[in-house]
Design a protein around this ligand. Structure first.
Ligand SMILES: Nc1ncnc2c1ncn2[C@@H]1O[C@H](COP(=O)(O)OP(=O)(O)OP(=O)(O)O)[C@@H](O)[C@H]1O
Ligand SMILES: [Mg+2]
Length: 420
């Protein structure tokens, strides 16, 4: 077990490309940290520097108390699971898992190897498959064999680089819960790279969001969702993504293309006169006004929306509402969309309504939202002007309490299982 500390880590590749530009991150012992960001932002590079497959250009890497920059990968006691895990096709599952132990010749007796492999196999529920060959296994079972190999090494930390991206959606969901359960049970420090935000939100104690080699924010999943520091994080976290619209600040009112809303207090003050800002509202924060109780309706903003297309998904109803954008912020939003690997500028609202809503294609619907849940961003810097540092701290403190409690429960269950 160990903590992992990154201090101002920089990676410049041989061709001069700055892939990682000064990342600092403290990963606590036993913590599960996710590195997330769009393709090419430096996630794999960072992970490969931690494990020792890539030189660190500058900065310090500590595992526990020891500086590891110049240590060989095998001296770092880390186990890595890659996206393209290579199993040996001619070896059984048992021998595939035992492989790293046999590599360190003579260090383990045959009995020890059997004990370690069997214990890993039981953690991963592979006991019944130990004598089979990889070709005869399902994708998920193969993935577990690859993890078994990491487990037997008694590593101080696990590093995962998109381990589930080759699996189909259903299996990915299953493996996701299995990885979460395994990590809780073993309490091993884990760094997990993904660009799948469901994985990021569900697996991590904390999530580190990277953009073009720079860390944007490190927080609990709920912290990122409720208190993103900037446009990039706000747009990256959440599915379907947050809606962004131009908001013209006029005193203490923000004129949106589809409604007027009161400007949040801090924004009205910071804005100084008329200017165009970017307003963000999550799809799930809109409601079909006709389904609201009278009391609630008066507490928010309502507007008439010309609904273009609707999608009924059983649990939600998505309605698409086009709006006119404003040239002052169009460039910012286009740039953001490119950064987020988006599918083109979104000049429509995506509104997630209750699935009971009767709003349909071509309707004019009355839509409601609570302006207190809207966020306001500076179009030049991307800064979230409605960021509440105290609230963010409170969310992360709660998250830490919950994490410790769930670790304790996992250990208690483990102890109970061992005693019976
Ligand atoms: N050997 C290399 N030489 C030069 N540049 C490289 C090298 N490997 C990666 N890069 C560049 O460094 C940047 C970060 O790459 P990296 O593989 O870390 O991204 P990533 O975040 O893991 O992306 P993905 O989600 O696509 O796996 C990319 O722009 C990439 O082109
Ligand atoms: Mg990668």
């Amino acid at each position: 077990m160990a903590s992992i500390t990154l201090k101002d880590i920089v990676k410049k590749y041989g061709d001069g490309y700055p892939a990682v530009k000064g990342v600092s991150l403290d990963i606590k012992d036993g913590e599960f940290v996710i590195l997330v960001g769009p393709s090419g932002c430096g996630k794999s590079t960072l992970l490969r520097m931690i494990v020792g497959l890539e030189d660190i250009t500058s900065g310090d890497l500590y595992i526990g108390e020891t500086r590891m920059n110049d240590r060989a990968p095998r001296d770092r006691k880390l186990a890595m699971v890659f996206q393209n895990y290579a199993l040996y096709p001619h070896l059984t599952v048992f021998e595939n898992i035992a492989f790293p132990l046999r590599l360190s010749k003579g260090q383990f007796s045959e009995d020890e190897i059997t004990r370690k492999v069997e214990s890993a196999a039981s953690t991963l529920e592979l006991q019944d498959h130990l004598q089979r060959k990889p070709a005869n296994l399902s994708g998920g079972q193969r993935q577990r064999v690859a993890m078994g190999r990491a487990i037997v090494r008694d590593a101080d930390a696990f590093l995962f680089d998109e381990p589930l991206s080759n699996l189909d959606a259903k299996l990915r969901g299953q493996m996701r819960t299995e990885i979460a359960r395994m990590q809780r049970r073993m309490g091993t420090t884990t760094v997990y790279v993904t660009h799948d935000q469901t994985e990021a939100m569900t697996l991590g104690d904390r999530v580190a969001v990277l953009r073009k080699g720079e860390l944007q924010q490190v927080a609990s999943p709920r912290g990122l969702y409720e208190q993103p520091v900037n446009l990039f994080v706000a747009g990256f976290i959440g599915s379907p993504p947050m809606n962004f619209a131009p908001g013209e600040l006029d005193g203490d009112v923000l004129h949106l293309p589809f409604a007027d809303m009161p400007a949040p207090a801090g924004v009205a003050r910071a804005g100084g006169g008329r200017r165009v800002l970017v307003v963000g509202i999550r799809p799930e924060h809109f409601e079909d006004a006709s389904l609201l109780e009278e009391g609630k309706k008066g507490t928010g903003v309502t507007f008439e929306a010309n609904v273009d297309v609707t999608e009924w998904l059983g649990s939600d109803l998505f309605a698409y509402v086009p709006f006119d954008t404003n040239p002052d912020v169009a460039k910012t939003l286009e740039e953001l969309d490119r950064d987020l690997d988006g599918e083109g500028l979104r000049t429509q609202l995506v509104v997630a309504l209750d699935s009971e809503s009767r709003v349909r294609d071509g309707d004019t619907a009355t839509i409601w939202f609570d302006p207190a849940r809207a966020m306001v961003f500076d179009p030049e810097t991307g800064e979230n002007l409605t960021f509440d540092a105290d609230a963010a701290k409170e969310i992360d403190a709660q998250n830490e309490v919950d994490r410790k409690a769930s670790l304790e429960r996992a250990h208690a269950r483990e102890a109970a299982a061992a005693a019976s």
